[in-house]
Design a protein around this ligand. Structure first.
Ligand code: BG6
Length: 479
């Protein structure tokens, strides 16, 4: 087998709200995640109206990277990361979202973080919006339902691009912009777009309207960013969960093909710069009235992304002749015809473990778009055991990551896919997005903190730490 390119980006991925903490420090305003309570597997997180004094909000303190960033970055450097994917908390820069001027303390915090990363030879890879919209924009404007929020986002993007133009080269506009296609789980529309569906509303129609505004906001940000620094590489970021047909029954195959449009719609527009016909037909068929402004076609055409970042955790499977009313469950990926795949095992949280699905995904996406791809999330959420002597033997995590790296290597060296890098999710233990738990751990660095917020916050290395260090040190040759 050939080798990965020498400039391959090996990193880790994080999101501000899941690890920074300091939710009300440095002038930061509350974000949409700051009103989300803790849930667990099978128990949804609640979205509270305001911040209630007697309620535990796991993201408020998270793992306190806000005050420990130097210590954590030193560990990332020791592991050998050459990049770190994280996000800028929008409400640290614009606490309410619609201010005329940004918050200097917030901007300075990211200067400090980026300087520390660069000093340690770690390239920042930055998502502008990773589920962190200022709460005020969600409550007062209805989030991305409102076209006005496009302007607020673009202003935020411009401020970041100008400020960090010499420190950050790789950007992404919206994290997993397409996960809200699953309108049955309210946290996706809330965290992606600041949207709550009202009584009697058609959730899909509202989702497409908010989505249109986000696609416009992303395209405008790309154009503005390129004008500020033509060297910028600005990408999109989508959640990619391939949908397999359950059998060779043509009805299963066609169903999977149609369902895949849920995954493809957003990247189709981001990459190609126009709406695909299958969605325009859906608008027509369903009678959706999506407001688009004159000039939007040009905005989309001019703001195409340079690369496609995506998360890959699992695959799903659909069967045409099954009635499954278990909408929104993880096993069926929120799909009405979703069934378990008999060839695949699942994690304790019901996420199917399918490394071949990653090679399949890389091929499908590259064939479709022919632009560089970047795996910006992949990983194994599991319960870890801390031994008496403090060691953590996370062999299962190593196996998961190893098999996925093998798959990506095959896609690059055998299939010829252009892949920029690999940043496994939650390189250090952080708060889970879907459940708000700490015990669903992805990290190679353990953090002493539990689901209720108890613990010393002490960091310690798991077995996967040294393993990943070796992988990076050999550019993926030794797994
Ligand atoms: C992705 C998100 O959906 O999956 C991350 O971009 C999230 O924010 C990750 O944390 C894993 O999900 P979870 O629920 O296991 O934390």
């Amino acid at each position: 087998m050939g080798k990965l390119p020498n400039d391959f980006l090996w990193g880790g991925a994080l999101a501000a709200h899941q690890f920074e903490g300091g939710w009300d420090q440095g002038g930061k305003g509350p974000s949409v995640v700051d009103v989300m309570t803790a849930g667990e597997h099978g128990v949804a997180r609640e979205i509270t109206e305001t911040i209630q004094a007697d309620t535990f909000y796991p993201n408020h303190e998270a793992i306190d990277f806000y005050s420990k960033y130097k210590e954590d970055i030193a560990l990332f450097a020791e592991m050998g990361l050459n990049c770190l994917r994280t996000s800028i908390a929008w409400s640290r820069i614009f606490p309410k979202g619609d201010e005329a001027e940004p918050c200097e303390e917030g901007l300075q915090f990211y200067d400090n973080v980026f300087d520390e990363l660069l000093k340690n030879g770690i390239e920042p890879v930055i998502t502008l919006s990773h589920f962190e919209m200022p709460l005020h924009l969600a409550r007062e404007y209805g989030g991305f339902r409102s076209r006005k929020v496009v302007d607020h986002f673009v202003k935020f993007a411009e401020v970041c691009f100008n400020r960090y133009q010499d420190k950050v080269k790789y950007w992404m506009t919206f994290n997993e912009i397409n996960n809200k296609m699953d309108v049955n789980n309210p946290i996706f529309l809330w965290t992606n777009s600041g949207v709550v569906i009202g009584e009697g509303e058609n959730a899909k129609e509202v989702m497409y309207q908010a989505g249109h505004h986000e696609l416009i906001a992303s395209a405008l940000a790309v154009s503005k960013g390129k004008a500020i620094n033509p060297e910028f590489q600005i990408g999109a970021m989508v959640s990619h969960v391939p949908i397999y047909p359950y059998s060779s029954n043509p009805a299963d195959v066609m169903l999977a093909e149609e369902e895949m449009r849920q995954r493809y719609f957003f990247p189709d527009v981001h990459v190609r710069g126009f709406y695909p016909n299958y969605v325009l037909k859906e608008f027509e068929r369903e009678g959706y009235n999506i407001q688009m402004a004159p000039g939007d076609d040009e905005i989309l055409r001019d703001g195409k992304v340079d690369y496609l970042g995506f998360s890959y955790y699992m695959s799903t499977t659909v069967k045409s002749d099954v009635e499954n009313d278990n909408l929104g469950s993880i096993v069926n990926g929120g799909l009405p015809n979703g069934v378990e795949n008999p060839y695949i095992q699942s994690s304790d949280w019901g996420w199917a473990i399918d490394p071949t699905g990653l090679r399949y995904t890389l091929n499908r996406l590259y064939d479709r778009y022919q632009i560089p791809l970047f795996i910006v999330e992949n990983g194994f959420g599991a319960i870890d055991t801390v031994e008496e002597d403090g060691t953590i033997h996370d062999a299962q995590r190593i196996d998961y990551l190893k098999s996925h790296i093998e798959a990506l290597k095959k896609a690059v060296t055998y299939d010829g896919v252009e892949l920029m890098g690999y940043t496994p999710w939650g390189i250090i233990d952080i708060v889970s997005f879907t459940t708000g738990e700490m015990k669903k751990r992805y990290g190679m660095i353990h953090v002493d903190r539990d689901n209720e917020g108890n613990g010393s916050m002490k960091r310690s290395k798991k077995d996967s730490f040294e393993w990943y260090k070796k992988v990076i040190g050999t550019n993926g040759e030794e797994l």
